[in-house]
Design a protein around this ligand. Structure first.
Ligand SMILES: [Mn+2]
Length: 393
């Protein structure tokens, strides 16, 4: 079987870290994929060394609204007091060349486990990098979400440790994250999602049991699971540097889990309502423009919602969609082009206009100075005139 690039090095690192019970920082994206990957790594370390249950692992989810996406200088400023430590960046980090350099200088040993695109073929100088989109990667299946990739990487370590562990505990999270991240349900993903949805029926996780009870999940097909389980888990608000979803998934208190489940369901309903409103605002603005791309921004659109809105607009109008949360001097954008197009390539074609950009071909994002917005709109329109998206069917 082909070996995933960096897997062996990561395995050695995890085993050594656990043996010596080195301090660990887990830095993960705050969506369901990043959170699930963080839970899998944390629980793997706890299985390998139960001493971690008491202390030794610091979990940190960046605040997209305040800090932006990925590893940021402001987050490192907060985390530097934990150095020296093993720093694991999950579901982010692959485009943080400068930030990884700073993290290393602060005394962190950095490992990146990510599934986002590598920009210009340049990797951050981390101690370990696992990303299946690396150029010399030979592993045939490339469409894992980060939680799926994490499971795939941790399984052989746990198997060879001869310790008792239950794959179902992780597979249920992999299933939720794979569906939430809209990864293709084929090949290894299909196997893990099937196993994971089945595991969810008999889950021993207090938080998932509570959420299932509160939402009255009866059918365990992926549509019902998406609406009743994944949507609330993906609408968590921040709770300090943790998220309510993380607290729910790792909670051992039924009472706490019920309270959190109700809160998440409420937030999901409010989020849905707000998303509908913003979709309406965007549609009103583009009603009499007949542009080749949708390119809109607003000071009042929350960063965490523009991705969902962009997906809806893109599905409806079959055009590349760029939506921005306008900030004081710079703005954060969510990008969703129709199938067959590549949003990352589009931004790469005019990359000097962006402060940062990255992600997946069909779901990506950027940061841009407000003064460059108009230039970017013109450049992106030109790009999509030259590289039209194939029409579905
Ligand atoms: Mn992800």
């Amino acid at each position: 079987m082909d070996e995933i690039l960096g897997a062996k090095k990561l395995a050695q690192k995890i085993i050594q870290t656990a043996q010596k019970k080195e301090p660990v920082v887990i830095f993960a994206d705050a969506d369901l994929d990043g959170i699930s990957a963080a839970v899998i790594l944390k629980e793997t370390l706890e299985i390998l060394n139960p001493g971690y249950k008491k202390k030794g692992i610091k979990i940190y989810f960046p605040n997209r609204e305040k800090d932006g996406y990925g590893i940021t200088i402001s987050a490192l400023e907060i985390l530097k007091k934990y150095a020296p430590a093993q720093f694991f960046a999950l579901d982010c980090g692959i485009s943080n060349i400068k930030e990884v350099e700073i993290a290393k200088k602060l005394g962190f040993s950095v490992s990146i486990i990510d599934h986002h695109q590598i920009l210009d073929g340049k990797l951050p100088k981390a101690d370990v990098v696992v990303d299946l989109l690396q150029k010399n990667e030979t592993y045939p299946f490339k469409s894992f979400c980060t939680a799926g990739l994490m499971y795939r990487l941790m399984k052989p370590i746990l198997d060879s440790s001869l310790l008792k562990w239950e794959p179902e505990r992780f597979l249920e999270l992999v299933a939720l994250a794979t569906i939430a991240d809209m990864m293709p349900l084929e090949d290894e993903n299909k196997i893990m999602v099937d196993q994971g949805l089945n595991a969810l029926k008999y889950t021993k996780r207090t938080g998932l049991k509570a959420l299932k009870d509160v939402t009255k999940l009866i059918d365990d097909d992926s549509t019902e699971v998406s609406q009743k389980i994944i949507a609330p888990l993906n609408s968590a608000e921040k709770s300090g540097h943790l998220t309510e979803t993380y607290i729910l998934l790792t909670s051992e208190s039924r009472r706490e889990a019920i309270v959190l489940s109700r809160a998440l369901i409420k937030q999901n309903l409010e989020k849905k309502k707000r998303v509908q409103e913003i979709v309406g605002e965007v549609e009103e603005r583009i009603a009499d423009k007949n542009n080749i791309i949708v390119f809109e921004g607003d000071r009042n659109w929350p960063t965490i919602m523009i991705g969902v809105v962009a997906s809806k607009i893109c599905n409806r109008y079959k055009k590349p969609v760029f939506l921005f949360k306008i900030g004081k001097d710079e703005s954060v954008g969510s990008v969703r082009p129709p199938r067959g197009c590549d949003g990352v390539k589009a931004m790469a074609s005019c990359k000097s206009l962006f402060l940062g950009y990255g992600g997946h071909a069909l779901a990506c994002g950027c940061r841009i100075k407000n003064s460059n917005m108009e230039k970017a709109r013109v450049a992106l329109e030109k790009y999509f005139i030259k590289n039209p998206c194939q029409k579905d069917e």
